[in-house]
Design a protein around this ligand. Structure first.
Ligand code: ADP
Length: 486
């Protein structure tokens, strides 16, 4: 069940620690979500390997930190080139273990490379400050220095980009970093590590430790509790983010947390409805709805409600569901049985409470156990589970609203605050609504918002810290003030 690779040596099945491909302590099985077949067996790491990676990262730090930002940038650029040159193989591995359509997997490889490219340059612009002192006999400098050894724990929905989005700014800043990829998707992470080796990254600067779900807990604990680790970056559920933050409290580690979302998508009467439908398809059904910035609830104003729903229904009904390695596939399988159970229960709950099923609503058992048909629900009300919980599946619940105030109030009635979207052509409304949305990101007349040059992140219980942009590297830098007496 392994995909055919142009370069078979990209299939790595053990950890990269201190520049060596290691042995593991447990067997980590990788499955293809499209058919349940075993893709590979990976040697999983435990606390012992996590400690070895930590020692290696600490040892590699002084020399890495001492190199010029330009030198580090050259290595990151080479690594990006390696990703782009091996895009077909990386995409094949990603689709095999994660399920997303190959075209999306190719897109993610380019997206992942773009973080390496962005920070290869941004590392050169870590400027300090000189501050005029109020005391004439003093001078102030402000410097930025790498925080030190960093750890990253990443999710399965973007198996490559969530690694480079953390690792690129860390390395560019002069930090060394250890990554624990999601248990579902170690192969993409390890292929990425192999390409880092080929790009010439020195031993210990990057560690990649695949692990089972159980061992991930032990590894997380060890890194969180270690005073040597100065920063932890995590992308995943709010629940685990909270736990990791608590574990990091005793050592007062710096944290970047990119957690769950529950994105509202608002369509006002004055919107370009066709553009809103297009944005809805892009935002909602990408990765089968399994992204933290996927639109999770649609608020549509009464005047355009029926037109929007009709047009969206037509598009949703035409989406092709299938295995990610089939060229015509637009919506792949869900990651696992738990994801399927959650999606089903959200749809069933809405229907039981009176929502109407416009499109889909059922598993596609004819294709395999992991597939759910793209779904459109109307007549959704605030008491339904789809209104308050992140569905993480291909389900669009539509609410009808009357006034702008109502839409803003409903949109903000969430503990989450990651992405939000709205469509309007009235400039005053655009300003008012964009200001009023309590979210870290707003898509205004667009359903696609993420890019390496812009700061990605949330407010409220969607976490803190930013990834991407010139802001992203600040997470990995400490400020030092130098007060000079003359
Ligand atoms: P998801 O629901 O998307 O799987 P999780 O938050 O459970 O999100 O997982 C995201 C990442 O966090 C994965 O790499 C997973 O192995 C890791 N993880 C989950 N629980 C823990 C934990 N207690 N300590 C450390 N890492 C964890």
């Amino acid at each position: 069940a392994l995909p055919t690779l142009n370069d078979a040596s990209l299939l790595r099945t053990s950890s990269l620690i201190d520049g060596e491909w290691g042995v593991g302590s447990t067997n980590l099985l990788v499955h293809n979500p499209a058919n349940g077949a075993r893709v590979a067996e990976v040697a999983g790491c435990g606390a012992e390997q996590a400690q070895a990676a930590l020692v290696a990262a600490e040892r590699a730090l002084p020399a890495w930190r001492a190199r010029s930002a330009r030198d580090r940038g050259v290595l990151l650029s080479r690594w990006a080139q390696q990703l782009r040159q091996n895009a077909a193989d990386l995409a094949a591995l990603m689709t095999a273990e994660q399920g997303k359509p190959l075209a999306e997997a190719r897109g993610e490889v380019a997206y992942a490379a773009s973080f390496l490219e962005w920070y290869a340059e941004e590392g050169k612009r870590v400027y300090g400050e000189t501050i005029p002192a109020s005391d004439a006999s003093k001078r102030y400098w402000v410097w930025k220095q790498p925080v030190g050894v960093c750890a990253a724990i990443t999710p399965w929905n973007f198996p490559l980009a969530m690694i480079t989005r953390k690792v690129a700014p860390a390395l560019a800043a002069g930090c060394t970093v250890m990554v624990k990829p999601a248990e579902q998707t170690p192969l993409t992470a390890l292929a990425c590590a192999e390409l880092a080796q080929r790009a010439g990254l020195p031993a210990g600067v990057l560690g990649v430790l695949p692990a089972t779900a159980e061992d991930s807990i032990a590894i997380g604990q060890l890194w969180c509790e270690s005073p040597v680790v100065r920063h932890l970056s995590f992308t995943g559920s709010t629940e685990v983010g909270r736990l990791l933050a608590a574990q990091c409290a005793p050592t007062l580690k710096r944290l970047s947390l990119e957690l769950g979302g529950h994105a509202p998508f608002i369509v006002f009467d004055d919107a370009d409805v066709d553009a809103a439908v297009e944005g809805a398809i892009q935002s909602k059904y990408r990765n089968a709805g399994q992204t933290c910035i996927c639109a999770n609830r649609f608020y549509v104003q009464a005047g355009v409600h029926d037109a929007f729903v009709d047009k969206l229904a037509e598009r949703v009904g035409a989406l092709v569901v299938g295995a990610g390695d089939q060229p015509e596939t637009q919506v792949g399988p869900l990651i696992d049985a738990a994801a399927m159970a959650k999606v089903r229960s959200h749809v069933d709950d809405a229907v039981a409470q009176g929502a109407q099923l416009r499109v889909g609503g059922q598993p596609r058992d004819d294709l395999g156990s992991g597939f759910f048909s793209p779904t459109l629900l109307t007549g959704v009300t605030p008491r339904m589970r789809v209104a308050v919980e992140e569905t993480f599946g291909p389900v669009a619940p539509v609410f009808k609203f009357e006034t702008e105030e109502q839409a803003i109030a409903w949109a903000n009635a969430s503990d989450y605050g990651l992405a939000s979207y709205f469509y309007s052509r009235d400039i005053s409304r655009c300003l008012r609504v964009a200001e009023a949305l309590e979210y870290g990101m707003v898509g205004l007349n667009t359903g696609l918002i993420a890019s390496a040059e812009a700061p990605f992140g949330g407010v409220k219980q969607s976490g803190y810290g930013r990834e991407g942009g010139h802001q992203g590297i600040e997470e990995y830098l400490d400020l030092k003030m130098v007060c000079v007496g003359l």
